[in-house]
Design a protein around this ligand. Structure first.
Ligand SMILES: O=C(O)[C@H](O)COP(=O)(O)O
Length: 410
């Protein structure tokens, strides 16, 4: 990216390509002597067999500033967990694989359920929440980062750039969020970000008026990016959504807990490609269909918690405003794609917009029918208040799994 624009809301750090990554890594190693840095990788077992993760591991193994890597492993049986252990040994750094489906971890889930705590649904939110609990229980980390395991264009400097603003002790930032152009395989991607979130935020401003929260969300160049880094002192207070609202949910929590001056966004890559989900128009519980509804609900709930009054008429006019605005934006995206020699299926994009417009209404109806429904997993402070033994039990369960099951060749 060749500009150094600041939007005036949150700090924005560009890659002006004036500094080598080796130099930045050296500085991170210096910071890491006093502030331990940890990485969380939420992973499905199937991703170990996919095209992205082997390269991610190779890239990560080059980094010397990481104190620990926590891999939250989902959808694995015993043999798969043991094979995963060998797979991640290639990292070379201190790491732990949390087998979320182990009998011990299931028993831990029951302990949480006894207190009415714990995630209501399975998925990335629960995975991340559990890994954060493990990190809090270790009590030795000052800074953490998180990213997905399906990034096809991964390079270790993505992580270094993401971490730098929260790892540098002289910077004031508590949260750093990654951004990039989601371009891969000759296509302009990022369908939910481009076709739903951007026009929805603009339309919300039109329909309900100015809100600081909307300005804040609009300042993110890629609000749905899965890469963020945090100073860990804020972790115990962080409420993590268990549904697809995770990325927006973390930004909203940062807005509530620290305000915009402690939040920044960093350009972490020139291009970015990952595994693409299907739109799934036939199945409201799958793919971008489900993701778009969860994201709308998460934004509506946050606005309501900040004093906005919603009614069926508000959602009707939001849907209409969104639809018009999204179609206008598709035209601009198509021109941008054309100028850059990229592919963009305009017909498919307009059909996706129609679906997203329906989902704005649907999310609105769900919100009006169940205004108190919350996908948030209780934060770790609350868990600790309910039973201070739980964090130690989590640590013990993970370590006992590690001791009992030896690695099998991958
Ligand atoms: O970020 C997004 O918009 C969604 O994750 C979908 O991304 P994709 O269109 O690149 O698959």
């Amino acid at each position: 990216m060749a500009d150094f624009h600041q939007n005036g809301n949150i700090a924005q750090f560009h890659n002006l390509r004036t500094r080598s990554v080796e130099e930045m890594n050296y500085e991170l190693e210096t910071f890491a002597q006093n502030r331990k840095i940890c990485l969380i990788l939420p992973s499905l077992f199937s991703e170990l067999e996919g095209p992205a993760l082997a390269n991610i591991i190779e890239e990560l193994s080059k980094l010397r500033y990481l104190h620990r890597i926590i891999i939250g492993l989902d959808r694995a049986d015993e043999t798969q967990y043991r094979r995963a252990r060998s797979f991640f040994e290639k990292l070379g750094q201190n790491h732990v694989v949390i087998w979320n489906d182990s009998p011990r971890m299931k028993a831990f889930d029951e302990r949480l359920a006894e207190h009415g705590l714990g995630p209501q649904e399975l998925g990335k939110g629960k995975n991340v929440w559990t890994s954060m609990g493990y990190m809090i229980a270790c009590a030795d980390t000052a800074v953490m980062a998180l990213h997905d395991c399906d990034i096809l264009t991964y390079k270790s400097d993505m992580l270094s750039r993401l971490l730098y603003p929260v790892a540098n002790p002289s910077f004031p930032y508590q949260l750093s969020k990654g951004f990039y152009a989601r371009v891969g395989n000759g296509k302009l991607n990022g369908r939910v970000s481009r076709l739903l979130v951007s026009p929805l935020l603009i339309s919300l401003k039109r329909v309900i008026g100015d809100r600081d929260y909307l300005d804040y969300l609009r300042s993110f160049r890629y609000p749905l990016s899965g890469e963020f880094a945090l100073r860990t002192s804020v972790l115990p207070d962080l409420r993590i959504p268990s549904d697809w609202g995770l990325e927006v949910g973390v930004l909203s929590e940062a807005w509530r807990n620290f305000g915009p001056n402690a939040v920044c966004q960093v350009e972490i890559a020139d291009d970015y490609d990952h595994k693409h989900q299907t739109v799934s128009p036939e199945d409201a519980d799958a793919g971008l269909n489900r993701m778009s509804t969860d994201i709308c609900k998460s934004i509506f709930r946050k606005l309501a918690a900040d004093g906005t009054v919603f009614s069926p008429n508000v959602f009707r006019s939001l849907k209409a405003t969104y639809y018009r605005r999204a179609l206008d934006m598709v035209e601009v995206y198509a021109h941008d794609a054309k100028m850059n020699g990229l592919e963009l299926d305009r017909h498919e994009e307009e059909r996706t917009i129609e679906l997203f417009a329906e989902n704005i209404m649907r999310a609105g109806e769900i919100f009006l029918e169940n205004p108190n429904e919350t996908p948030f997993i209780p934060n770790w402070n609350r868990v600790n208040a309910a039973d201070p033994a739980l964090l130690t039990e989590l640590l013990t369960a993970v370590r006992a799994d590690q001791d009992e099951y030896s690695p099998l060749p991958f």
